[in-house]
Design a protein. Structure first.
Length: 366
């Protein structure tokens, strides 16, 4: 598939914009928590694996991209941390008295709330900022133009839903469900196959855009190799939302056909799946890959149902609204929130102490 074809077929799933009660800006502390947890590993990767001296020998400006930046403070915190680590490495590796200039590209779909994003740009930032609208499943930048790529909690979004999920004649038809957590193996395999296609396009695009010796750091929801997809906590909450929709079907508020034709376009891969795709691509070396659980450092319950629901609403309300309409979606989330005690019990019961909910990996362009 060509990059143009990949872009043409890509769906847009923007986070909830603005700064209202249900906005991503107000409900993305879990994502920030994960990014903060990974920061030490990012610093270490830059310090030990990134040859800044070689990169700046061909350019006085280091170009960094945040793919899937969304809105809110998380992207600015992450970019500042990356810049500080690169600046420190630069000053320690060369005899220069000051670090090079930095250009940061904030990327997301055109439907992203870029107005809110740039209205909150830090005034004291030490970099030039630019927005790059478009899907990261295709090409976004000129060849060999990026030195460092960062992406956090974004690559789990599929470019589109697997077509088999909506085909009544397919064994992967996901009737009465909106996700793959409690679905058949055929449904899960359809999700995995779509992720494989998307990840191949992503890696092919970055292989052209990142300079030799450049680095890419990715943090995304994942699943440990030894955990079955039916045990993932976030999936259990999505299943609960699906059952709430079916309750509304039984009450005549939503048609059964509407639910049957809807699925959440998110897939959480295992390290083994990612490593296989990187190796098949052949342009990157895997410098580090591991599962992590930022919840282990949280000074609060591992599973907070109300916060979990609010975060999921900020991330996915737009997907639901596009299909069901805002009135139905508002009612649906109100019902789920009213049953937060039941949700909490479900999540506590389903929580697996072996579960690591995020996969972190560092790739270096050969």
């Amino acid at each position: 598939m060509s990059n143009k074809e990949a872009v043409a077929m890509t769906e847009s799933y923007p986070m909830k914009g603005g700064d209202g009660t249900y906005s991503y800006t107000k409900n993305s502390t879990y994502q920030q928590e994960s990014a903060n947890y990974a920061q030490e590993m990012i610093d270490e990767a830059i310090a030990k694996k990134l040859d800044i001296k070689s990169l700046i020998s061909n350019s006085s400006t280091l170009c960094i991209a945040d793919l899937g930046c969304s809105v809110g403070p998380n992207t600015f915190i992450a970019m500042q941390n990356v810049l500080e680590a690169m600046e420190k490495k630069c000053l320690s590796q060369s005899n220069a008295s000051k670090a090079p200039k930095f250009q940061v590209f904030f990327n997301d779909h055109a439907a992203n709330d870029f107005n809110a994003l740039f209205a909150s740009l830090p005034h004291d930032r030490q970099y030039f900022a630019a927005g790059v609208p478009g899907s990261f499943h295709g090409r976004l930048f000129p060849e060999s133009s990026l030195h460092f790529v960062y992406s956090s909690t974004a690559l789990q979004w599929l470019s589109k839903l697997p077509e088999e999920l909506l085909d009544k004649n397919s064994r992967a038809w996901n009737k009465g469900r909106i996700y793959y957590t409690s679905a058949s193996e055929e449904v899960a395999n359809a999700y995995a196959a779509q992720f494989t296609k998307d990840m191949k396009n992503f890696l092919n695009a970055r292989a052209k855009e990142i300079v030799a010796g450049g680095m890419m750091v990715v943090l995304m929801p994942g699943l440990s190799d030894d955990i079955h997809y039916s045990q993932r906590s976030a999936g259990l909450l999505i299943d609960f939302i699906g059952s709430t929709l079916m309750d509304m079907v039984n009450e005549g508020l939503v048609s059964e056909a509407q639910v049957d034709s809807f699925n959440i376009p998110v897939y959480c891969p295992s390290p083994k799946e990612i490593a296989r795709l990187v190796e098949e691509n052949g342009c990157f070396s895997i410098e580090r890959m591991q599962m992590m659980d930022s919840r282990s450092k949280r000074n609060a319950p591992l599973v907070d149902a109300h916060t979990f629901i609010m975060h999921l609403r900020a991330a996915m309300e737009g997907v639901f609204t596009k299909h069901f309409g805002s009135e139905i979606v508002g009612e649906m989330f109100d019902r789920v929130s009213q049953k937060s005690a039941e949700v909490s019990c479900l999540l506590d019961k389903g929580y697996n102490e072996r579960e690591r909910n995020q996969v972190f990996f560092v790739l270096k362009h050969k």
